[in-house]
Structures are given as C-alpha cells and as structure tokens.
Design a protein around this ligand. Structure first.
Ligand code: NAD
Length: 360
C-alpha cells in the first residue's frame, strides 16, 4: 500500500482533507502535525482509529524527524498543509511564520529531494509534492478583476509573505531539480474544525455567547469564500491529475463583504438558535443577532478584496465546487452548534481576544 504524507492534518483544512483522502484513495495516511494552538487531536479522534492512519506529533522544520518519516514510509506524495495561518498573529509575532511556513517547507523539500535521489525512475516520476497555498500571496485586488495563476505575487502581511516565499521555493525545486511539484492557491475556506480565531467560527461562537461581533473597519473588505470540502476535493483532483510544475487556483465564486458574511451568519443563527431560546441573548435583552455587530479598528495593511479565477482547474481537471454559500454557511453554523465540546476543547483558555493591532 502506498503512503500519503499529510502535514498539518490536525488543523482545519487538514482534518477535513484526511477524512476525504481516506474515503477517496487507497493509500495509508501519515499525518505530521506539531499540534500548535490551531491543531487539535480531537479533530482526528474518529480518524486515528483507522488502521491506515499513522499520527506523528512533530514539526515540519525538524530535519531529522522529516527525513526519518521519508525513510520509513517512502511516501508517494507529500501534501503540505502545515503552517501558521492567522494574519493577525503574524502581525504580532512574524518569526514563527517564517520558521514554519518557509523553513518547514524547505525541510520538506530537502527531504523529498534526498528521497527522490534514491528512488527508482518510476517512483520518481510518480511522486508529487503538493504545496497548499493561499490567494493572499497575490496581494489585494481593487473593485474589479480576479486572481489568475499568472497574477504577480504581491503579499501584504507577514503571513502571506511567508506563504509566497514557500511557493517560490517549491517552484524553484521543480525548475532546478525537476521535482514533480504542484501548488494550489485557494481563497478563504469555511466549515467544520476551524479554530475560532478566524472570522466565521469567531462570529458564531461570540453570537452564541451574546458577545459583540467585531467587524474590522467598515466591513467592506471582500473575500471569496469556499466550503472546505470543495477545497479538499480540489486538492485531491490536483494530486491525481495536476501537471507537475503547475499551480492551480481554487475558489468557490463566493465573493462577499465581511459585513455580508456576518449578516448571513446572523440569519442562520436566528433560525437555528432563536435569541428567545438563547439565555445569553435574553440576559442582554436582545432579540436579533445583528444587534451584536460592532465596527472596530481595521487590521493594519488589510487587503481590500480577494477574488479567484478558478477556470484553469475547472477546465483542465474538471473540478467543480459542490456547495453553495448559503447552504454551506447554514451547515457550518449547525456544526458549531452541535460540536460545543470540540469548541471548548480546542480553545483551552483562549477567549477570542483582538490580535494584530499596532496601537496597543
Ligand atoms: P490551521 O491553522 O487550522 O492548521 C494548521 C495546522 O498546521 C495545525 O494543525 C498546526 O498544528 C499545524 N502546524 C503548524 N506549525 C507546524 C509545524 N511547524 N509542523 C507541523 N505542523 C504544524 O490552518 P488551515 O486553515 O487548515 O490551513 C492549512 C493550509 O492551507 C495552510 O498552509 C494555509 O496557508 C492554507 N490555506 C488556508 C486557507 C484558509 O482559508 N484557511 C485558504 C487557503 C490556503
């Protein structure tokens, strides 16, 4: 049986991807995850009992460990999702972003290079290094236009700059060493298992507790939302059929302002947890979740708009997103309402503070 090495498998997208991979492919799955604040064993509780899964706690920038995993498992592919991912945290403390996102990706590439040097020609040709990246590497769009695979890199935050650097390294390993690499640049994901520092789970959990819903600036920043399951199906499509050396944009065509997203969540919550049945809302004397919306100081360097042209993956690989935004949001709200113990477990003592302000 062949092996996929999935890094960051205990994170948001990783936990969804591991599940889909186990369903769609026959391989064993080795998960390498450092279990930072964003990675959670609980997200994999029903997965690690599968005999095809091997969970390894450790860092992608641990050279010895990464080499050992390559030697032991001889993976046919690496899917690199491990990363520090929160823009606000990257503003506060960029160092770990460079260490993990750049340094860690470098160690994985080096281990793969060493592994391929000793592999048969067939194994070498079949190997894939799939690096999972973000549309944030392209910087900000104005009112119009879309990011294509040819858009110039122009990252704004330490997070997106570290992801851009990693993308460049991956591309260089293809051009220089002929490594069969693939890069995906995806837009904002939403869905189950996302750490509640990111917009959607943060807003849902704050609303449930009748806390303010803090919207950065005037709420007009636009993101192109995609249901995490659609991103994961795109990743497997790229893994199987993507052309080595290429990059693929993945997006759901779900452009919305942050204010629109929060309003949609409020509408879904209004139905699924009516304020009259939510003691926290009653205690504040509120009958609509929209009453919790507040506008707060904007994020430094906040990109105005992201929007993806996903025509290449649609045309070349036949991938299509399956979830509409309204339905996906409703499903997501329901998941957080039904998985309160996961939410409490992953948060530990974290109480969703504002991060990434220079003025503090
Ligand atoms: P996440 O923050 O939820 O999870 C990241 C995971 O990586 C965690 O489990 C964490 O423990 C692990 N990790 C962090 N540092 C590590 C290290 N040094 N070694 C091993 N594991 C480490 O992130 P996510 O939202 O699931 O994102 C996964 C990947 O997808 C990232 O590379 C991110 O840049 C990319 N991406 C995310 C989005 C999005 O909207 N969430 C969009 C496009 C691309």
């Amino acid at each position: 049986m062949d092996t996929l090495l999935i890094t960051g498998g205990a994170g948001f997208i990783g936990a969804n991807l591991v599940r889909l991979a186990l369903e769609k492919v026959d391989d064993r799955v080795v998960i390498l995850d450092r279990l930072t604040y964003a990675g959670c064993r609980e997200s994999l509780a029903d997965v690690v009992v599968d005999s095809r899964v091997d969970f390894v706690e450790g860092s992608i920038d641990d050279r010895e460990l990464v080499e050992r995993l390559f030697d032991r498992h001889q993976p046919r592919a690496v899917l690199n999702l491990a990363a520090e991912t929160h823009v606000d945290r990257s503003i506060e403390d960029p160092r770990v972003f460079v260490e993990t996102n750049v340094g860690g990706t470098f160690e994985l590439l080096e281990a793969a290079r060493r592994h391929l040097a000793a592999a048969t020609a067939d194994r070498r040709a079949a190997f894939r290094f799939l690096h999972v990246s973000t549309d944030e590497v392209f910087g900000s769009l104005g009112e119009t236009g879309l990011f294509s695979e040819d858009t110039r890199y122009d990252p704004s935050s330490p997070y997106s700059a570290s992801k851009a650097a990693a993308d460049h390294l991956v591309r260089a390993y293809h051009r220089t060493y002929g490594m069969p690499t693939l890069i995906t640049n995806c837009s904002n994901n939403y869905g189950p298992f996302q750490f509640p520092e990111k917009l959607i789970p943060l807003m849902i959990l704050n609303a449930v507790e009748a806390k303010d819903l803090p919207i950065y600036g005037d709420g007009s920043n636009v993101r192109d939302w995609i249901f995490v399951g659609d991103h994961c199906s795109g990743l497997l499509e790229v893994l199987v059929r993507g052309r080595p050396g290429e990059s693929y944009n993945i997006g759901g065509g779900g452009e919305r302002t942050n204010l629109e997203i929060v309003s949609t969540l409020c509408t879904a919550l209004q139905e699924q947890l009516p304020p009259s049945e939510n003691p926290a809302m009653s205690a504040r004397g509120l009958d609509s979740y929209t009453q919790l919306i507040t506008f707060v100081e904007d994020r430094p360097g906040h990109d105005l708009r992201y929007a993806i042209d996903a025509s290449k993956i649609r045309r070349d690989l036949g991938w299509e997103p399956q979830s509409g935004l309204a339905e996906g949001m409703t499903r997501t709200v329901l998941w957080y309402l039904e998985n309160r113990s996961w939410c409490e477990g992953v948060q530990g003592g974290y109480d969703r503070p504002r991060l990434g302000l220079l003025s503090r």
